[in-house]
Design a protein around this ligand. Structure first.
Ligand SMILES: Nc1ncnc2c1ncn2[C@@H]1O[C@H](COP(=O)(O)OP(=O)(O)OP(=O)(O)O)[C@@H](O)[C@H]1O
Length: 329
């Protein structure tokens, strides 16, 4: 398997937890004879990410995204199924795996709280056995987009969230891993820093050919960054394909809003269905049986109606994903 490839087959994780009973007597019972409950957080997920590809893993709270990413990066051992990243089984060969992946958890840091950002990266340089020349070259590369020098001498605990995650990204990629996992990397950041992080990831994928798998709840992020998405719901994959193809899955499509000269009339436009009529304003959607582009729809509407204004509305990705999860249940 080539470096940079992620392959998971039928990946499953069942958590086993102790059922806690209320009250002092309950606590005693739990201690003496604990009862267990099981929870299938991920149930049979198969996916493949090729070298140089960026995949966004989406899903509602509790869908199983973090559990999946933790199995892919070797933090958790799967209950069943197989996983290989860079040709390595991550939970079996943890040291070799750690040298070939980078991991960023948006909510946690791998920096040393009381050390300046620079020193944390220097410690990692020594752990990975990087030469000083390689270290300087890597930092210069990161600096170009992440602007680390602004807070180079600040202790990690005094960094803002955006500064901390920028530094965590540098830390995760310092040893030049082919595969990078990011769990909600931009959570809680302002729009400027979010865009900075996105630009950095785009650069790492397109120019450096890294493979990136990230989880996010931010649909703007997905629309701007990911050509391919995987949707996970109740521990199962409900979609894996092009971001643009999500529209078809959810049955959500573009629509055309038209203003006509005079009062609205019953309009019969081939290949289109009228969904709303208010005064001189009409809304049309394409017939499901017809393969019509928005451009052709506009042409047809102008041919058939006395149009004074026309606007195509693309569906909001947020609505599409909401509809998709409805469909996946
Ligand atoms: N250590 C654990 N022990 C028991 N159950 C767990 C554990 N970790 C997660 N779960 C459960 O497994 C399910 C999947 O959790 P997971 O954190 O993978 O979801 P997620 O998609 O990452 O959610 P979010 O978007 O809220 O971070 C949830 O029902 C969660 O409560």
């Amino acid at each position: 398997m080539p470096a940079g490839t992620i392959v998971a087959e039928d990946l499953t994780k069942v958590y086993r937890t102790v059922v806690r009973k209320p009250g002092a007597a309950g606590a005693l019972k739990t201690l003496i004879r604990p009862e267990h409950a099981t929870k299938t957080a991920v149930g049979g997920v198969s996916l493949r990410v090729e070298s140089g590809e960026l995949l966004a893993l989406l899903g509602p709270n509790g869908a199983g995204k973090s559990t999946t990413i933790k199995m892919l990066c070797g933090i958790l051992t799967p209950t069943s199924g197989t996983v290989e990243v860079n040709g390595i089984v991550p939970h079996r060969d943890r040291i070799a795996n750690a040298r070939r992946i980078g991991v960023v958890f948006g909510q946690r840091t791998q920096l040393w709280r009381d050390l300046p950002a620079r020193t944390s990266l220097e410690v990692l340089r020594d752990i990975y056995g990087l030469s000083d020349a390689d270290f300087q070259a890597r930092i210069a590369e990161f600096n170009r987009i992440l602007e680390l020098e602004e807070f180079w001498e600040t202790r990690a605990r005094q960094l803002s969230l955006g500064q901390r995650v920028r530094c965590d990204l540098a830390a995760a990629l310092l040893h030049d891993p082919p595969v990078v996992f990011l769990d909600e990397p931009t959570i809680g950041m302002d729009v400027v820093v979010k865009e900075q992080v996105r630009e950095f990831l785009r650069d790492q994928v397109h120019r450096r050919g890294r493979t990136v798998l990230l989880t996010t709840h931010d649909m703007t992020e997905v629309a701007k960054l990911a050509e391919r998405v995987a949707l996970i719901d109740h521990g199962r994959l409900v979609y894996d394909g092009k971001t643009a193809g999500l529209h078809d899955l959810a049955g959500v499509t573009w629509q055309v809003h038209v203003t006509v000269d005079g009062a609205a009339q019953a309009a019969d436009v081939p290949g289109m269905r009228m969904t709303r009529s208010e005064g001189d304003r009409l809304t049309f959607v394409p017939d499901q049986s017809v393969d019509l582009s928005p451009r052709d729809a506009v042409r047809r509407l102008i041919e058939h109606l006395p149009v004074t204004d026309i606007r195509v509305e693309e569906p909001d990705l947020e609505d599409v994903v909401r509809a998709a999860f409805g469909a996946g249940r």
